[in-house]
Design a protein around this ligand. Structure first.
Ligand code: GTP
Ligand code: MG
Length: 174
């Protein structure tokens, strides 16, 4: 989980979970490389990337990111990736109520089997597609609050709120 090398450098394991196609890999690519790939391939198993950010108080946080595969056939592998994670990002697509349902499944699984004290974020991605929105911010915010998570809407396409997501997680680490 969280390892402190000195008071100003921390390293954390973070896992992304959520339905296939919600944009987990695109969020990570945006955060780590500043890019967006409109023809992103489905993830097989999981992929690993890392990125370090500096906070305002000059703490550095190295995120070791496990980007899991959302396709149902990989669901049984998820515990390998969330075990020991200090933070979890549960992603849905604001145009897909099914993906919001799936996000709630992952939240319950993390509550049962995740690390005690895990920092959890609920992320409504594809916020740029607001004209096709089918999950309201209010519903998602209420769900997040009642489950002790923080909520943010992002767009991996426009980069809106992607860095903020990781900064908010860093601030909430114990
Ligand atoms: P799995 O690996 O199968 O679990 O899917 P995933 O959640 O990693 O989805 P991925 O990041 O591969 O994104 C799927 C597709 O959604 C991408 O190819 C993009 O076309 C699209 N997409 C991702 N993020 C956004 C976004 O913020 N806005 C829009 N408009 N499209 C997005
Ligand atoms: Mg993926």
């Amino acid at each position: 989980a969280t390892e402190t090398f000195d008071s100003r450098n921390i390293r954390i394991k973070l896992v992304l979970l959520g339905d296939s196609g919600v944009g987990k890999s695109c969020i990570v690519l945006r955060f780590v490389r500043g890019q967006f790939d409109p023809s992103s391939k489905v993830t097989v198993g999981a992929s690993f990337l890392s990125q370090t950010i500096a906070l305002q108080d000059s703490t550095t946080v190295k995120f070791e990111i496990w980007d899991t595969a959302g396709q149902e056939r990989y669901a049984s592998l998820a515990p390998l990736y969330y075990r020991g994670a200090a933070a979890a990002v549960v992603v849905y697509d604001i145009t897909s109520p099914d993906s919001f349902q799936r996000a709630q499944f992952w939240v319950k699984e993390l509550q049962k089997h995740g690390s005690p004290g895990i920092v959890m974020a609920l992320v409504g991605n594809k916020a740029d597609l607001h004209e096709s929105r089918e999950v309201t911010s209010e519903d998602a915010q209420a769900y997040a609050e009642s489950n002790g998570m923080f909520f943010i809407e992002t767009s991996a396409k426009t980069a809106d709120n992607v860095n903020q997501l990781f900064e908010e997680i860093a601030k909430r680490l114990p």
